[in-house]
Design a protein around this ligand. Structure first.
Ligand code: MF3
Ligand code: CO
Length: 292
């Protein structure tokens, strides 16, 4: 932790205008004690101020609106390019920018990942949704320089009960994980319940790709995995914002990335994969979902 020393009567680093001693001083001391015990602790620059949180929530409203609109319109016979159009329209009408577009060369405004696609699927006019498909729509928005990110699964028409169960259990993993989000807990508390619930149902969790801190950048510290256990990984403190977005596979956890485009990720065994994503704020006494 390389941080400049602030006097107790100086204005707090968070920009609240309050004196440091009546604002973040106690929290900083507490974080420091955890660091001395050998825990991974959040750097100050990922702890959001109330003003930043308000801005990020504005961005998240667009993200939620995009996914609500997709939820309304998605159906068999529709192409995934149409999902890209919906996200583009809603985002730009509300004054935002789709965060995926041109992000490290990603060529579309949203990720649409179908069946055995794990994540980062390219929307296409040639991919027509069929009865029985399961699809993840992963939407991310920039508004005034603030970022939001969440994703949902959609079942198209009648879906095989086994596949439907995968979708539902993956949602349960996220909901159980959420309940573990509270100040002075650890990301490993969340990770443990996520992977245990997936494994109890006979599924596997993708190891290589995880969630992330978000808000001032698309991807910030920490990297959020789901294989660790209680008490491990980064300490959670009020003002942190990150995503919970496990990818749960019906078969093997192993994945493979499209050699041609370098983006689209598939399960190695061709069995289906599901993912839901919440953007979560750590509050004074628990959590708040700011995008879903
Ligand atoms: N939720 C995904 C992530 O955090 C969104 C990926 S958008 C992409 O990685 F542009 F990176 F593909
Ligand atoms: Co994300």
């Amino acid at each position: 932790m390389k941080q400049t020393k602030i006097g107790r009567n100086d204005p707090c680093w968070c920009g609240s205008g309050k004196k440091y001693k009546t604002c973040h001083e106690n929290m900083d001391k507490k974080i420091y004690r955890y660091a001395l015990e050998g825990h991974i602790v959040p750097p100050r620059d990922i702890i959001k101020t109330p003003e930043q949180i308000a801005k990020i929530k504005e961005s998240a409203k667009i993200n939620i609106a995009c996914l609500d609109e997709v939820a309304d319109k998605i159906k068999a016979g529709m192409s995934t390019a149409e999902i890209n159009d919906i996200v583009n329209d809603v985002t730009t009408k509300m004054g935002g920018i789709p965060a995926p577009l041109n992000y490290e060369g990603f060529p579309y405004s949203v990720c649409t990942s179908l069946n055995d696609q794990v994540c980062h699927g390219f929307p296409s006019k040639d991919v027509i949704l069929q009865e029985g498909d399961i699809i993840n729509v992963d939407c991310s928005t920039i508004l005034d320089g603030y970022f939001s990110d969440s994703s949902r699964m959609f079942c198209i028409g009648d879906v095989d009960p086994e596949w439907k169960k995968l979708v539902e259990v993956t949602k349960e993993c996220c909901d159980l994980g959420l309940k573990e989000v509270k100040p002075w807990g650890f990301l490993g508390d969340m990770a443990e319940v996520v992977h245990k619930h997936a494994e109890e149902n006979g599924y596997s969790v993708v190891r290589e790709i995880g969630g992330h801190g978000i808000g001032l950048e698309f991807h910030e510290e920490p990297w959020v995995g789901y294989l660790s256990n209680r008490g491990e990984d980064m300490l959670m403190v009020p003002g942190m914002i990150f995503t919970i977005e496990p990818m749960v596979n019906m078969g093997t956890a192993q994945i493979t990335t499209d050699k041609e485009n370098g983006w689209e990720v598939y399960t190695l065994d061709g069995k289906p994969s599901a993912q839901w994503e919440y953007q979560v704020l750590v509050t004074e006494d628990g959590y708040e979902v700011i995008s879903y």
